[in-house]
Design a protein around this ligand. Structure first.
Ligand SMILES: [Fe+2]
Ligand SMILES: [Fe+2]
Length: 227
């Protein structure tokens, strides 16, 4: 009974993470395209965002490999479990898919808001991973623990380019109310959605991987999972 409970908890945790990692790198692709258009010569900024994109893709693949080894597909969680979906929705009154990154980069005011949203999301993610790494159920899974350690190391370089842009352009750091929104979204996900999903008997699993339409990669060579 206890192991069934642990297995469902880890499956659900992994499902929420793999959704967010995929959402992360596909959204960054669109931001990158827009930043390349507006600041084509800012090679440093572009390289940092490209690294961020590559890391989120790597994180996605680590979770995919983890699921493949478990022999199950992730639960079909949707955008209501996406931290960045909810945050962008509140801050821009638009879904990520409907948001036009070209319009955002044309306006310094909108781009600074986007930088703060990404920065807060990454910092929140970093703190959450530190908590998970102390969680006994997470620690019972050696591979998952290695995945979270890698994410913990990667995360600081993820908020750096956005914080640097804000500082270099004399823009304010995240405001108190933006932090409150970030905190509320996180609490809602952790204290409301996760428990509801945990007891939902009809929660189905994905029929195919979220990156099924993207260029194929082998997850066998994904770092941290060799053992
Ligand atoms: Fe990530
Ligand atoms: Fe990240």
């Amino acid at each position: 009974m206890r192991s069934l409970y642990q297995r469902r908890y880890l499956d659900l945790l992994g499902s929420i993470y793999i959704y967010n990692e995929h959402r992360g790198y596909t959204a960054i692709d669109r931001v990158l395209e827009a930043v390349r258009t507006r600041w084509p010569d800012d090679h440093r900024l572009l390289a940092q965002i490209e690294k961020h994109r590559a890391d989120e893709r790597k994180h996605y693949l680590m979770f995919r490999r983890w699921f493949e080894r478990r022999g199950v597909m992730p639960f079909a969680v949707d955008r209501t479990c996406g931290h960045i979906d909810r945050f962008v929705g509140i801050m821009f009154r638009s879904s990520i898919d409907d948001l036009d990154p070209m319009l955002i980069v044309k306006s310094d005011g909108l781009f600074e808001r986007l930088c703060r949203v990404i920065s807060l999301t990454e910092k929140r993610g970093h703190r959450q991973v530190a908590i998970l790494l102390r969680h006994p159920i997470v620690r019972s899974d050696a591979t998952l623990t290695r995945i979270f350690r890698i994410i913990e190391q990667d995360e600081p370089s993820h908020w750096a380019p956005y914080d640097a842009w804000l500082a270099a352009n004399g823009r304010p750091a995240p405001r108190w109310w933006e932090r409150v929104i970030d905190g509320l979204i996180h609490s809602e996900l952790l204290l409301l959605k996760l428990p509801i999903l945990f007891v939902s008997p009809r929660l189905g699993r994905l029929a195919e991987w979220a990156d099924a339409g993207e260029p194929a990669v082998s997850t066998a060579a994904v770092p941290a999972l060799a053992a």
